[in-house]
Ligand binder design. Structure first.
Ligand code: ASP
Length: 454
């Protein structure tokens, strides 16, 4: 059995958290590859090391004083070193590394920023490896460069080059020592540091889990499990999700389910590696499993979770006899394509069609161009652009087999006085999406939670 574990920033925020990480890893000999984030926030007011590094890099690029931020950064590692009783040399090396990066090339801002940002994870991995060694464990820091973690040169938004999988597999296979691997970054073909998008240590963990075909990818964070509904909307939610499928996770996280971004764990999903989301602060809890397939047991709730997100805009086009006009939808989508707008949903009627778009991808200038082009091309009877929409998704593999799910949901929404602007049952039949006004979002989620879990 081989487990790849990833620990997020809050799990490495200070010495006492790093100690928990060591305890967790040592409690299970199958945990042989450990991916770490940079130290995160120690409390609500605190600043993540990655954010300090970005601040430091921006000051340098603007030609301003960087020493105070640099000292603050070193201080974060000193705290960990002292609290764990590690030798001082570890921090001296970290400080030298930060200064080296700061003195590096600045002619390409993105490249410089990435080299600075990566210092959080890189030094976190070095200090965590030292913490294990101080406990007498054979542990080694692995440099992503030596391991063959090759990325595209899209700085700050890099992607893995496929050939990396073989190289990573080779580098990690049959390792005697415990491997501590920094998350979030890799190297371009020309040898520059490149980072994934923010939160990218999840991506590194998923890539390594896929490369070594791990039996499980354990993603340690600061929640016990994923809940059936966002606890900020339903404060006393008690329904933890024990097991969900990849498809369920994708649908839930699409509609704003926190914890992690589904795209980040795609490499593990593609390789069929189950993901276990767990809490560093309560490791005795089993957490939530994300698996390729599951059987819905008789009597089990057909719904696994309810998610919601705001920030959608609905472009509604109405034209009498639209159904007879060949190519209408294709031409409509072509306008959006040419304007660089990706679409989320497209519910349609006989004479009308709605296109749901994320507001962040549809600014006023785009809206104006799109509306003018639709008017000119189709001469519609009506075209309406409504902002401020929310989507609420009811998700569950069991919904496919259960009669009356939509009726139960719509009854609950009606009783709560929520006007449904749109309904769409996903083609996979594992979700039903409701479009509501943003102001009704919380009420909609609360009443649906009552209807299915209450
Ligand atoms: N440290 C990086 C960030 O704050 C990456 C990560 O933590 O996953 O975005």
């Amino acid at each position: 059995m081989l487990k790849v574990c990833k620990f997020g920033g809050s799990s490495l925020a200070d010495g006492s958290q790093v100690k928990k990480v060591c305890d967790i890893v040592l409690a299970d000999p199958d945990r042989r590859v450990v991916v770490v984030s940079a130290p995160g926030k120690r409390n609500k007011q605190d600043t993540k090391v990655t954010d300090l590094l970005i601040e430091c890099a921006n000051l340098a690029l603007a030609g301003k004083e960087t020493e105070p931020v640099l000292q603050e950064l070193v201080g974060r590692f000193v705290e960990i070193q002292q609290s764990l009783g590690l030798e001082r040399g570890v921090v001296a090396e970290i400080e030298a590394d930060l200064r080296r990066r700061l003195a590096g090339r600045r002619d390409h801002a993105g490249m410089f920023l990435d080299a600075m940002k990566a210092a959080g994870e890189d030094n976190s991995a070095k200090i965590v490896a030292a913490a294990f060694r101080a406990r007498g464990v054979a542990a080694e820091y692995m440099d992503p460069r030596d391991a063959g973690m090759l990325l595209t040169d899209e700085f700050g938004n890099a992607q893995l080059l496929d050939e990396s999988y073989q190289q990573l597999e080779r580098a990690l296979r049959d390792r005697q020592a415990l491997v501590i691997f920094p998350g979030f970054f890799g190297y371009t073909r020309s040898g520059a540091v490149a980072t994934f998008p923010r939160g990218g240590s999840d991506i590194t963990g998923a890539i390594l889990a896929a490369a070594v075909k791990a039996d499980v990818y354990e993603n340690f964070t600061d929640v016990d499990s994923v809940y059936a509904v966002d606890p900020r909307i339903v404060p006393n939610v008690r329904h933890a999700i024990d097991v969900m499928t990849f498809r369920e996770m994708r649908e839930l996280s699409y509609a704003g389910f926190g914890v992690f971004h589904d795209e980040a764990v795609l490499p593990a999903i593609r390789a069929g590696v189950p993901i276990n989301i767990r809490n560093t602060n309560r490791p005795e809890q089993p957490g939530s499993m994300v698996v390729p397939k599951r059987d819905v047991q008789p009597g089990e709730c057909a719904v696994v979770g309810i998610a919601s997100d705001t920030g959608f805009v609905n472009v509604y086009v109405d034209k009498y006899l639209m159904n007879r006009e060949v190519g209408f939808c294709r031409r409509l989508l072509q306008i959006l394509e040419e304007e660089g707008v990706s679409i989320e949903h497209m519910p349609s009627g006989i004479d009308n069609v709605s296109v749901v778009i994320r507001e962040s991808r549809f600014d006023a200038a785009r809206e104006q161009r799109v509306v003018e082009r639709i008017r000119a091309e189709f001469k519609p009877d009506n075209i309406l652009v409504e902002r401020g929409h929310a989507l609420v998704m009811v998700v569950g593999e069991g919904m496919h087999y259960t009669v009356g799910m939509a009726a139960r949901a719509t009854r609950a929404l009606a009783e709560a006085g929520v006007n449904i602007e749109m309904i769409n049952q996903g083609a996979s039949e594992i979700s039903i999406m409701f479009g509501v006004k943003a102001a009704d979002r919380e009420r909609a989620v609360q009443c649906l939670y009552q209807a299915f879990f209450g």
